[in-house]
Design a protein around this ligand. Structure first.
Ligand code: ZN
Length: 269
């Protein structure tokens, strides 16, 4: 064997195995996506009158998911409109603090069409919108369905941005590390998100499957909800997945879950 051939063979054997390259590093950071003044009376979060004067500190959370050099922003929070609930720093500013430009965000994944989840979508016009088919249908029906305001995503509705509607689940980067999970009921195309991290383990992000711990624990359904039976079936699926993959469950609107991820700008990996 020639020395050059031997060298090539040896370096091939010594180089890291192929799978190390094919599974890029995955990370997640919480982005603060709205302002709350204090604990809220949560009576309207139960359609069976479970709460009488009970208050919970709610929050508005978006997430940045890094997959190698690709990025997904999960939910777009409250609009950046100067209202009392507007975020103190908008998504562009927060991403900037992480050294990321809006045009680097490949995907904007939306859990559901409610205004506190799509508010800052216009700030990420170059991102491919990922949204449950049922929610996309509600946003694009003419006239829009009652309680649905398509304004923040009109850029995508008018054909200005790329849209991928999701029926059921979607393995976003194709390697099983970040999966959008169909959890219909809160809205017709509502989704949650599973993120598999090397060090922290699996993380399951709720969307609005539940808005706070007590509703999650007792599987309570809000008064503002499109299909009660579907929401209960989605609770069953969500909890089975959480148990089977031993996931850290993060309820996006519950301020008690903010600490389940490192404080911004740090990322769980
Ligand atoms: Zn909602």
């Amino acid at each position: 064997m020639k020395r050059a051939t031997l060298f090539v063979l040896c370096s091939a054997l010594l180089s890291p195995p192929l799978f190390a390259e094919s599974v890029p590093e995955v990370g997640i950071a919480r982005l603060d996506c709205g302002t709350t003044s204090g604990p809220s009376d949560v009576a309207r979060f139960s359609d069976t009158y479970a709460y009488d004067g009970f208050k919970v500190q709610l929050t508005y959370s978006c997430y940045l998911i890094k997959h190698g050099d690709e990025y997904l922003v999960w939910d777009a929070g409250q609009p950046d409109d100067g209202s009392p609930r507007a975020p103190k720093k908008n998504l562009v500013k927060l991403l900037g603090e992480l050294g990321i430009k809006p045009e680097q965000v490949n995907y904007l994944g939306i859990s559901h069409y409610h205004g506190d989840h799509i508010g800052q979508s216009p700030l990420l016009p170059d991102s491919t919108l990922l949204i449950g088919t049922g929610d996309w249908d509600a946003l694009t029906s003419n006239p829009p369905r009652p309680g649905v305001n398509p304004e923040p995503v009109k850029h995508w509705i008018s054909g200005g941005g790329k849209v991928e509607t999701v029926m059921g689940d979607k393995d976003i980067f194709g390697d099983g590390t970040v999966v959008m999970l169909g959890m219909p009921g809160h809205t017709p195309g509502h989704s949650s998100l599973l993120v598999k991290l090397k060090e922290k383990g699996n993380v399951l992000i709720s969307g609005d499957q539940a808005h706070f711990h007590e509703n999650y624990e007792h599987e309570r359904v809000p008064t503002f909800n499109t299909n009660r039976a579907d929401t209960l079936a989605s609770f069953d699926r969500f909890k089975r997945i959480a148990e089977n993959v031993d996931a850290t469950v993060i309820i996006q609107h519950d301020a008690r879950d903010i600490d389940k991820l490192p404080a911004f700008p740090q990322m769980a990996r």
